[in-house]
Design a protein around this ligand. Structure first.
Ligand code: FES
Length: 127
């Protein structure tokens, strides 16, 4: 049996939830990015052209996805895991609100999230 959605049941793309995120670049430019709930902040940043390599593809083995979260937003994120803390200990230009963007999953509550690209990043896999 084949299931079909009626036209009324389909959700037009324009009504799909979009999570807006603002990245501040190393030069101080503010770049708007967007993702859908379930996307990672890393993916949204890469799609917007941010210099987030994400070399290990979210395996918490590189820290090339490091971002600095705006203070107002930091406590609204899901807690940092021990593994993420360990990797951030090895990252460059770490701040009190540093996170790995591959570990931040966007949802509607994060609409308006603001993060900054750190001054430098290291790929910890090459140490
Ligand atoms: S992509 Fe490597 S730690 Fe996030």
């Amino acid at each position: 049996m084949m299931l079909q959605c009626s036209r009324a049941e389909r959700r037009p793309t324009s009504e799909a939830a979009i999570v807006q995120v603002t990245f501040t670049t190393r030069d101080g430019d503010r770049i708007e990015a967007a993702g859908e709930p379930g996307d990672t902040l890393l993916g949204a940043g890469q799609a917007a052209g941010m210099p987030l390599e994400g070399t290990c593809e979210g395996q918490m083995a590189c820290s090339t996805c490091h971002v600095i979260v705006a203070h107002d937003w930091f406590d609204r994120l899901a807690p940092t895991s021990e593994e993420e803390e360990d990797m951030l200990d090895l990252a460059a230009d770490v701040r009190a609100t540093s996170r790995l963007s591959c570990q931040i999953v966007l949802d509607e509550a994060l609409d308006g999230l603001e993060v900054a690209i750190p001054g430098e990043s290291h790929d910890m896999r090459t140490r």
